[in-house]
Design a protein around this ligand. Structure first.
Ligand code: AMP
Length: 279
């Protein structure tokens, strides 16, 4: 497996691979890899000959009050995991490599990025779009795989790709969960055993909502208040819980199975978790 820290070196390698007829896949991550990330690498390998995994904790998507400095790292183990999954290359740039002194250009999606997580984290998606656009230019992938875990992120990136004509196909891979239902996340390491136990209310509430819809419920307000009640009872207060159109993210009053999703973010004791379900 190749390792790159310089953007120009990865670009040269990737373009060479493409000239040799290889289809290139990219899996952008912030490291501290878990089974969710590994599922994205596997999905990318199904569609591509050579998969590049980027590992970069992107400073521009964190607000000053967020956890950039505390974000967990385990670089050597991450590299070994990428190799074991058959990645062809890892890209481990420094912040200086990605953001040269005086960097002053942003990529900003201004519609889908405004609500939900964007309302709580006003600069977050601008940082995400900027770093992903840079990674697309550096790695020149044919395909990029993102997790449904960050539902709004995939919608924003798909819009950016469409609007800016990036020649990249975006694949959304399903959420990987622990056996008890908790969506895997690098940030789950912040959860105490008690908080982790109570956090199961998010996936439980969404699963119950999915069942209610399967049994014929179509009223979004009814579903949203049932979720709100379940999580609040465990001390996880919703930042938002919305039934939305799965493409435009517009809130829906009436659920349309096959084209709707429920987006959920909850807080407890300064911790924040997100989860979602496609209906
Ligand atoms: P992160 O390292 O948190 O930036 O995540 C990198 C990629 O992995 C993003 O596309 C995430 O949506 C995806 N991802 C994170 N957790 C999961 C999960 N539990 N299941 C599937 N994909 C995930």
């Amino acid at each position: 497996m190749e390792r790159f820290t310089a953007a120009a070196d990865l670009h040269t390698w990737s373009v060479g691979q493409k000239q040799a007829g290889m289809k290139i896949g990219l899996v952008p991550t912030m490291g501290y890899l878990h089974e969710g990330h590994l599922s994205l690498i596997r999905e990318a390998r199904r569609h591509c000959d050579k998969v590049i995994v980027s590992i970069f904790v992107n400073p521009t998507q964190f607000a000053p009050n967020e956890d950039y400095d505390a974000y967990p790292h385990k670089e050597a183990e991450d590299i070994a995991l990428c190799e074991a999954e058959g990645a062809a290359a890892v890209f481990l740039p420094t912040p200086e490599e990605m953001y040269p002194t005086g960097a002053s250009t942003w990529v900003e999606e201004v519609t889908l990025a405004k609500g939900y997580c964007g309302a709580q984290r006003p600069i977050h998606f601008r940082g995400v779009c900027t770093v992903v656009a840079k990674l697309f230019n550096i790695a020149a992938p044919d395909v990029a795989v993102f997790g449904q875990k960050d539902f709004q992120q995939v919608a924003v990136i798909r819009r950016m790709v469409r609007d800016l004509n990036f020649p990249v196909r975006i694949i959304r891979a399903p959420i990987i969960r622990d056996e008890d239902g908790l969506a895997k996340s690098s940030r789950n390491t912040y959860l105490s055993p008690d908080a982790r136990k109570s956090a199961l209310c998010l996936s439980r509430a969404l699963a119950a909502a999915g069942e209610a819809v399967a049994n014929g419920e179509r009223n979004a307000a009814v579903i949203e208040s049932a979720i709100r009640e379940t999580t609040t009872a465990e001390g996880w207060l919703p930042d938002y819980v919305n039934v939305v159109d799965s493409e435009t993210l517009m809130p829906l009053e009436t659920i349309c199975p096959g084209a709707s999703a429920i987006l959920l973010a909850c807080r407890k004791n300064g911790l924040r978790l997100i989860d979602n379900i496609l209906l």
